[in-house]
Design a binder for this molecule. Structure first.
Ligand code: PHE
Length: 339
């Protein structure tokens, strides 16, 4: 009998229950009227008189231990609805809301994708630049207004160091370390000293492109830009090139696309012209090639540059470009379904 009690004591110390049902089954097995302990109690009368005291004490101990153990398991259940074994300690305390991609990132990625498929690779460069890479190497005359304090943020103690006003500086950096064929796009943030309004900000984003090789012509430029416009704004999109001026390209042009709201018929969005401007472009001025170590008697090239905010405005009809940097999650959430 003592051996049986000892065995039950050990069993009880190791009891575990994963659910309320299992706990109830244990209670029935050990503590109910027909349970193991009551069976022993019933046998107690057969215990020889001289052993009754010792066996009685052990039996009481067994009953108490069983009751305590089952009460403790029950308490553990009531304090938490899962047992420690089932808890996933790696889970965060509450669900983390997934963020959404910023509209400018969505559009920048799309621009990059289109030009990547056309064989352009991505080049990167510093936002804090020197005068050479932003202006001089790009054929800006000494007295060009863009160098003026009103347009460019200069570092006060170092008049030669400034925040880049366009990513053409990256094109210059690519040319100084490589020889044609060169086919790169330069996405990045640029800075201009403008009063902040719904249509201007002191920083914005550009993607500029550069292609230099033998026999590159204006036709190549036009065809690549037409392809880009159709992929970005739809296969029906038309383009139009208007003569323009940039110090680093000759000839230069600005490109319009047919207004995708009215399809070119004329509406308030395109100010009844049927066209909206999206980028600047041109053939790289031979002076720029020479300044950057490329032989202009052998090579020709084209360049183009567009504002990501501008393209995003057109694609998503965002009228106030301050929205892009206000971090208003209600605005950002509107782009949840875009990629
Ligand atoms: N760098 C010009 C700008 O910032 C854009 C551009 C690039 C125009 C290349 C023509 C050719 O406005």
């Amino acid at each position: 009998m003592l051996a049986k009690i000892e065995q039950l004591l050990q069993e009880i110390d190791g009891l575990k229950a994963d659910s309320a049902e299992q706990l109830e089954a244990l209670r029935i097995k050990y503590l109910s009227k027909k349970g193991a302990i009551n069976d022993l109690m019933a046998d107690f009368r057969h215990v020889p008189a001289e052993q009754k005291k010792a066996v009685g004490m052990k039996l009481n101990e067994l009953k108490n231990r069983a009751q305590e153990r089952i009460a403790a398991l029950k308490e553990a259940f009531e304090n938490q609805d899962t047992t420690a074994d089932e808890m996933d300690l790696t889970r965060t305390a509450y669900p983390v809301a997934l963020g959404t991609r910023h509209p400018l990132s969505i559009v920048r990625n799309e621009i990059i994708n289109i030009f990547s498929r056309l064989g352009f690779t991505i080049a990167d460069g510093p936002e804090v630049e020197d005068d050479w890479h932003v202006f001089s190497s790009m054929n800006f005359p000494e007295d060009h207004p863009a160098r003026d304090m009103q347009d460019t943020f200069f570092i006060e103690s170092h008049p030669d160091i400034l925040l880049r006003t366009h990513t053409s500086s990256v094109q210059s950096r690519v040319m100084e370390v490589s020889q044609p064929p060169i086919r790169v796009i330069c996405p990045g943030r640029v800075y201009r000293n403008e009063a902040i309004s719904y249509r201007a900000h002191c920083f914005f984003h550009q993607v500029e492109g550069l292609y230099i090789d033998k026999n590159v012509s204006f036709t190549d430029l036009k065809q690549v830009l037409l392809q880009f416009a159709r992929e970005m704004f739809g296969p029906e999109t038309k383009i139009r090139l208007r003569p323009s001026y940039f110090p680093f390209t000759e000839p230069s042009a600005e490109m319009d696309i047919s207004c995708d709201i009215c399809g070119g018929k004329g509406c308030p969005f395109c100010k009844y012209t049927g066209w909206v401007e999206i980028l600047g472009c041109g053939m790289v001025d031979p002076a720029v090639l020479e300044a950057n170590g490329i032989d202009s008697s052998v090579y020709t090239g084209y360049a183009f540059g567009m504002g990501v905010e501008r393209i995003t405005n057109l694609k998503y009809k965002v009228k106030d470009l301050r929205m892009f940097s206000e971090n208003d999650t209600r605005f950002l959430k509107e782009f949840e379904s875009a990629n």
